[in-house]
Design a protein. Structure first.
Length: 158
């Protein structure tokens, strides 16, 4: 496998300009871009999410669509940047892994079968990861350009 190397002309100037951008701006731009990119994955996960029947195996009513409704995007700032994840929250998070990876069906201590996996999160990530990545890169670039242009205009006024 050949190794491809490329050099960005003027990278030192870009790095110097980015180093001068206040950390709060870097975090805000990165958080906004990452959340916008993760929103693509969230929408796809909601489309792929299965909705179970309204009755369980004992005939009791259960609200269908709880797993789909529980899918949320959670973002936080960390020491190294930002962390945004798309995951189920609340009580639905207790059984999301069983839907994703499958599980044994046990009734009164007897194994009655196996529920096949429905890897909806994996499918949604595989389908939209490249699009989300490209969107995030575009938004980070535009955000930094906006911040840098404001700093240049401010410096020009002085």
């Amino acid at each position: 496998m050949s190794k491809q190397v490329f050099e960005i002309v003027g990278i030192e100037a870009i790095n110097k300009a980015l180093a001068e951008v206040p950390e709060e701006f870097r975090d805000n731009v990165a958080m906004k871009a990452t959340k916008d990119a993760a929103n693509i994955l969230l929408e796809e996960a909601r489309q792929q999410c299965p909705i179970g029947p309204s009755r369980d195996i004992f005939g009791r009513y259960r609200q269908p669509g709880r797993l789909k409704a529980s899918l949320k995007m959670i973002g936080k700032k960390t020491k190294t940047g930002v962390d945004v994840s798309v995951r189920p929250t609340g009580k639905a998070a207790n059984y999301a892994h069983l839907v994703e990876f499958g599980h044994r069906i046990v009734i009164y201590g007897q194994q009655e079968g196996f529920a096949a996996p429905n890897a909806f999160m994996t499918r949604s990530f595989d389908a939209k990861a490249v699009e989300a990545n490209n969107r995030g890169i575009d938004l980070i670039g535009k955000g930094f350009l906006d911040v840098l242009s404001k700093r240049v205009k401010k410096a020009m006024k002085k």
